[in-house]
Design a protein around this ligand. Structure first.
Ligand SMILES: C[S@@+](CC[C@H](N)C(=O)[O-])C[C@H]1O[C@@H](n2cnc3c(N)ncnc32)[C@H](O)[C@@H]1O
Length: 428
């Protein structure tokens, strides 16, 4: 196979004019103005996520050197890494139409920085799997020989594919990592972005590729959610970039705050044991289950006595038969673990009644049960036909307005476990 000779993309007048005409610079949220076509924006990591990922590396002991992104696309993630860590970046992009945009974007981000990383940052147009020729071209151009401190890659994947094979990732991970391994040392810092929909067997395949090159190097799967109960990003953090455990779930809030849970993934099993009045119940973000950290979270929420009553669907439910929430951390509300545990809960409260079915006919009596227990508003938090749900909710709201005491205002909700409905009162 002939290798394409890499070409350094200079962000000169021509490149800037081309970037402005083909993909006018645009800001998104807190991002700097960046050039990207609609297709590239679809592929790019949003700036807020890119910065949050970069910030996580502050706690890692990265070796000296540059940040390498051998399939850099628009250069958004690379620019976020360089500006956050204050390190020069080397990006490689196979598409001749995209590479100049990445060069202009990196320059744009560099202009707002007071550090000297932009001076030796470069984008090359070439094949990111050709490590030797990429590094030679880069070193020659900057007339220095820095090492690679971190390899970050987000390979292209088939458009809109629910599932795809590892061979369909471009560049291929096995070829890419083998090519760069000689330049990364024995405890490399590597981050691989992959599809959140990869099967467990495919994640295992990726781990095997990594182990075949670096032996028993540390690896952390990172599941990232921006809310709505969905995993938005999945990545493998390797070696010097790895976290404390084999898995971690990152919850990124709208204001850019990061909640983090780390642990060893374990299979959560639903235990359909008897439910009792007075049980404490938490409806949990389903990402806790999909990241494999359901057991770690449960232990931190209420210790060994708690159990998963249901783990499927959008509303996994954990039951704590003891009274009170956050049994383990309740005495230390400023503790980051307490904040993290709470941030994973959609709703929690005490079971005040267990009722068999939910329909227009039964709603009035449920509203009365709730009102008698001091609840002033009742929200449906169970799976219902989308046509039926708003009608039932309006009816409950009307009934509660008539029945409930105005003060103190106490919220409640109706949850569902395997067809059984539970009227719950939220705690203060
Ligand atoms: C998912 S995008 C990367 C998005 C990037 N993280 C960003 O912030 O915009 C993957 C990119 O890899 C490029 N690519 C695919 N194979 C490549 C290769 N062998 N060498 C270099 N780039 C490659 C594609 O053209 C595409 O632009």
């Amino acid at each position: 196979m002939t290798t394409i000779q890499p070409v350094v993309m200079l962000p000169d007048e021509n490149a800037r004019a081309y970037a402005e005409s083909s993909a006018p610079a645009r800001t998104e949220g807190t991002s700097p103005a960046l050039h990207a076509t609609e297709e590239m924006r679809r592929l790019a990591t949003p700036w807020s996520v890119a910065v949050a990922k970069a910030n996580l590396l502050h706690s890692c002991d990265l070796p000296p050197g540059i940040i390498l992104d051998p399939a850099c696309g628009s250069g958004t993630q690379l620019a976020a890494l360089c500006s956050t860590l204050g390190r020069p970046g080397l990006g490689v992009e196979l598409s001749g139409a995209v590479a100049p945009l990445a060069a202009v974007n990196l320059e744009r981000c560099g202009k707002t920085s007071e550090e000297d990383w932009p001076a030796s940052s470069r984008i090359l147009w070439g094949d990111g799997t050709a490590a030797q020729s990429i590094l030679e071209t880069y070193h020659q151009h900057i007339e220095q020989h820095p090492c690679v401190a971190l390899l970050h890659v987000d390979p292209a994947r088939p458009n809109d594919a629910q599932q795809h094979t590892l061979e369909e990732m471009q560049p291929r991970l096995d070829e890419l990592l083998k090519s760069w391994a000689p330049y990364l040392g024995t405890n490399p810092a590597v981050i691989l972005d992959v599809s959140p929909r990869l099967l467990d067997t495919q994640r295992q395949e990726i781990e095997n590729i990594v182990s075949s090159i670096w032996g028993d190097v540390a690896m952390t799967w990172q599941w990232l959610t921006q809310g709505r109960g969905r995993i938005d990003r999945l990545s493998l953090w390797i070696g010097a970039a790895a976290g404390l455990g084999p898995s971690r779930l990152i919850r990124l809030t709208k204001s850019g705050e990061v909640q983090l849970i780390e642990g060893t993934p374990a299979v959560s099993i639903a235990q359909p044991a008897e439910l009792n009045i007075g049980d404490h119940l938490a409806i949990v973000d389903p990402c806790v289950i999909s990241s494999g950290l359901g057991e770690s979270w449960k232990k931190m929420w209420a210790g060994d006595e708690s159990r998963w009553a249901t783990i499927s669907g959008r509303r996994p439910i954990c039951i704590n038969p003891r009274d009170g929430q956050n049994t383990v951390y309740q005495s230390v509300p400023d503790n980051p673990n307490f904040v993290m545990i709470q941030s994973m809960i959609q709703a929690s409260g005490e079971v005040i009644s267990i009722v068999p079915d939910l329909n227009e006919g039964s709603i009035s009596s449920y509203a009365k049960i709730a009102a008698d227990a001091g609840v002033s508003s009742l929200k449906l938090r169970c799976t219902l036909d989308p046509d039926v749900q708003p009608k039932l909710q309006s009816k409950i709201d009307r009934e509660m307005r008539i029945l409930a005491l105005k003060n103190p205002v106490k919220s409640g909700f109706i949850a569902e476990i395997n067809g059984i409905h539970l009227i719950c009162k939220e705690q203060d």
